[in-house]
Design a protein around this ligand. Structure first.
Ligand code: NPW
Ligand code: K
Length: 505
C-alpha cells in the first residue's frame, strides 16, 4: 500500500471530486460516515462524547461526525475552537446542518471556555488535520493542553491536531496525544516514525473510496506492507519440485558462548523453506548444532571458539565447497568481533558476488571498517537495529533525517537495509522505503534478530529477489510475533516461539 505526501493527498481529494464525480460536501459525508462506522463498533452509544473541531475541513468532518453520532443517540457536546475568523465552505455547510439538529454547539475562543474533561468521556479531536501549516498556538494550543492533561479517551480524526503529515515537528510543538487515530484511505508517513508514537496511538485506516487510479499512478518512495501485499509476494511450491529447487544456503554463525544465536538462525532458516542448509560454526559449536538441529549439515571451523572461515580438517562435506558455491551466505548471528573473524569477513567480501544476509556482529565489524562497505555484494540484505545503523552511519536529529540517511546508504552501497524496530523500515537500492505493519514489543528480546537472519537467508536461497525477500521475510517474522502475542502475550515471548509460529501460506 502506498503512503502519499500531503500535496498528493490534497490532489487525490481533488481527483476524486473531479473523476467520480462527487461534490466535496458528499466526500466529506462519506469520510464522516466511515469514521462513525468504526466509532460505533468500538464504543457504546451511552458514552458521553465531547467533540472539538476547528474551522477547516477537518473541523467540517467533525461537525458531520457529530450529526451522525447524534442520530445514533450518542450524548455528544460540540465545541468549535475559534482560532480564526475564516471557516471552510464545507465547515459552514455542516455547521448549518448540525444546527438544525441541536442548539448545543459551543464556541471556544478563550481558555475559560474550555470545558472540564473526565475519565469516562470520549474526546473526538477534529481541530486540525492534514492542512496543518504551522505550530499550534493560542487557543488551539490551550485546548490541546487540556485534552492531553485529561484522563479521557481521545480519538483523532484523520491525524492528531498539531502533527504534520510528512515533516518533522519541533520538540516544543503542542500536539494532541490520542489513544486512537482513524485516518482516511491511506496511512500517513508520520505514523511510521517511532518518535511520533504518542501522537498517533492505535491507528486504523478507513476506506473512503478515493480515486484509485490516482493512487495507482502517484509516484512515491514510501510503502506500507500489509497482509495482501505480502501474500502477493509469496510463491507456491511446484508439485514437481525437490530440495534442490529451494537452494542450498550457508549460515556462518556462532562463537563460544553465543551458540544459541547460531541455533536460532539455523532453525528459522529451515522453517522458512530452504532446500538444504549447511551451518559453519566454530568447532565448540559442532555438537551443539548437530544435536539441536539434525536437519542442518554442519561445517566446523578449525578454530575452537570463533569463526575464521577455514573448515576443520576432516570436515566431511562432499567436495568441500567454498562459500561462493552456495546459493546464499547469511552471516553475523553471534559471531563476535575477533580479528580472525574480521579477516574471514574481508575474504568473503572479496570473493562473494551473490547477495548475502549480513547481521549483528558482522555489521559491527563493518562499522569498524567502513572501507569494506563498498565491497558488499550488490543487493545484499543488511539487518541493523537503530544503534547498529547509527554505528554504520551517523547520528540523526529526528526520524525524518534518519529516513534520509537510510535511503542514501541503501542507494550508495546498492544494498537492502532492514532497519529493525516498530514498523521496520526496509530501504531499497532504488531509494524506496517499505514500512512493515506486523510485529509488537514482545519481539524486543534476545534472539529475534537471529531468527530474522535465518528467515531472510532462506528466502534468498529460494531465489526471491532481495527486496521481495526483505519485505516478505520481515512481514512474516512480525506476523509470527503477533501470533505468539495473541496466544501467550508479549512479555513471555522468546525467539524460539517466533520460529514455531512462522507460517508460509
Ligand atoms: N484529503 C482528503 O482526501 C480528504 C480530507 N478530508 C479532511 O480534510 C482535512 C484537511 O482539511 P484542510 O485542508 O481544510 O485543513 P485542516 O487541517 O482542517 O486545517 C484548516 C486550516 O487551518 C489553518 N491552519 C494550519 N495550521 C494551523 C495552526 N497551527 N493553527 C491554526 N490554523 C492553522 C490552515 O489554513 P492556513 O491558515 O494555513 O491558510 C488550514 O487550511 C483532512 O485532515 C480530513 O480531515 C475529508 O473531509 C475528505 C477527504
Ligand atoms: K484532527
Amino acid at each position: 500500500m502506498k503512503i502519499l505526501n500531503v500535496d498528493q493527498i490534497r490532489a487525490l481529494d481533488q481527483s476524486t471530486i473531479e473523476h467520480e464525480p462527487i461534490a466535496p460536501i458528499n466526500l466529506m459525508e462519506r469520510a464522516a460516515l466511515a469514521f462513525v462506522d468504526w466509532f460505533v463498533d468500538h464504543f457504546p452509544n451511552t458514552t458521553p462524547v465531547k467533540l472539538f473541531c476547528g474551522l477547516g475541513n477537518n473541523g467540517g468532518d467533525g461537525l458531520a461526525i457529530a450529526r451522525l453520532l447524534l442520530e445514533r443517540e450518542f450524548p455528544i457536546e460540540v465545541y468549535v475552537v475559534r482560532y480564526a475568523r475564516r471557516e471552510s465552505d464545507d465547515f459552514m455547510h455542516n455547521h448549518r446542518r448540525l444546527k438544525l439538529l441541536t442548539e448545543n454547539i459551543r464556541y471556544v475562543e478563550v481558555a475559560q471556555e474550555i470545558p472540564g474533561l473526565r475519565h469516562n468521556e470520549l474526546i473526538i479531536d477534529a481541530i486540525l488535520g492534514s492542512g496543518l501549516s504551522r505550530p499550534t498556538e493560542g487557543i488551539v494550543k490551550n485546548v490541546i493542553d487540556v485534552i492531553n492533561r485529561s484522563p479521557a479517551t481521545v480519538v483523532a480524526v484523520d491525524i492528531a491536531s498539531g502533527l504534520y503529515v510528512d515533516k518533522p515537528n519541533a520538540p516544543s510543538d503542542t500536539i494532541v496525544e490520542p489513544d486512537y487515530t482513524i485516518t482516511f484511505q491511506l496511512p500517513k508517513l508520520a505514523f511510521m516514525l517511532p518518535k511520533n508514537s504518542r501522537y498517533v496511538g492505535d491507528w486504523h485506516i478507513v476506506d473512503i473510496q478515493l480515486h484509485k487510479r490516482y493512487i495507482d499512478l502517484a509516484p512515491t518512495p514510501y510503502y506500507y506492507t500489509q497482509s495482501r501485499d505480502a501474500r502477493l509476494l509469496l510463491r507456491k511450491r511446484d508439485k514437481f519440485s525437490n530440495k534442490g529447487s529451494f537452494g542450498h544456503a550457508l549460515l556462518m554463525v556462532g562463537s563460544y558462548g553465543k551458540m544459541g544465536a547460531a541455533v536460532l538462525a539455523t532453525k528459522a532458516c529451515l522453517r522458512s523453506g530452504v532446500g538444504l542448509l549447511t551451518v559453519h560454526v566454530p568447532k565448540c559449536g559442532y555438537d551443539i548444532l548437530q544435536i539441536a538441529v539434525p536437519e542442518a549439515m554442519c561445517r566446523p571451523d578449525g578454530n575452537p571458539n570463533v569463526l575464521t572461515g577455514t573448515p576443520d580438517r576432516g570436515a566431511s562435506e562432499l567436495g568441500s565447497p567454498t562459500p561462493a558455491d552456495y546459493a546464499v551466505v547469511g552471516i553475523g548471528s553471534g559471531i563476535g568481533q575477533a580479528p580472525e573473524t574480521l579477516d574471514m569477513l574481508k575474504g568473503l567480501l572479496k570473493t562473494l558476488k551473490k547477495p548475502m544476509v549480513i547481521d549483528a556482529d558482522a555489521l559491527n565489524l563493518l562499522s569498524e571498517n567502513r572501507e569494506l562497505l563498498k565491497q558488499i555484494p550488490p543487493n545484499s540484505i543488511l539487518t541493523p537495529h537503530p544503534k547498529e545503523f547509527e554505528r554504520l552511519t551517523q547520528k540523526w536529529d529526528n526520524d525524518y533525517q534518519k529516513l534520509d540517511i537510510l535511503r542514501e546508504f541503501a542507494q550508495k552501497y546498492r544494498v537492502v537495509v532492514v532497519l529493525k524496530g516498530a514498523n521496520s523500515a526496509i530501504a531499497t537500492p532504488d531509494g524506496d522505503i517499505h514500512f512493515n505493519s506486523t510485529g509488537n514489543p514482545g519481539l524486543s528480546t534476545g534472539g529475534t534478530g537471529d531468527v530474522l537472519t535465518g528467515v531472510l537467508t532462506a528466502l534468498l536461497a529460494q531465489n526471491y529477489d532481495s527486496v521481495e525477500a526483505a519485505v516478505l521475510g520481515v512481514f512474516a517474522h512480525g506476523l509470527a510475533g503477533d501470533r505468539v502475542a495473541a496466544k501467550r502475550g508479549q512479555i513471555g515471548m522468546v525467539a524460539t516461539d517466533i520460529i514455531e509460529a512462522l507460517r508460509w501460506e
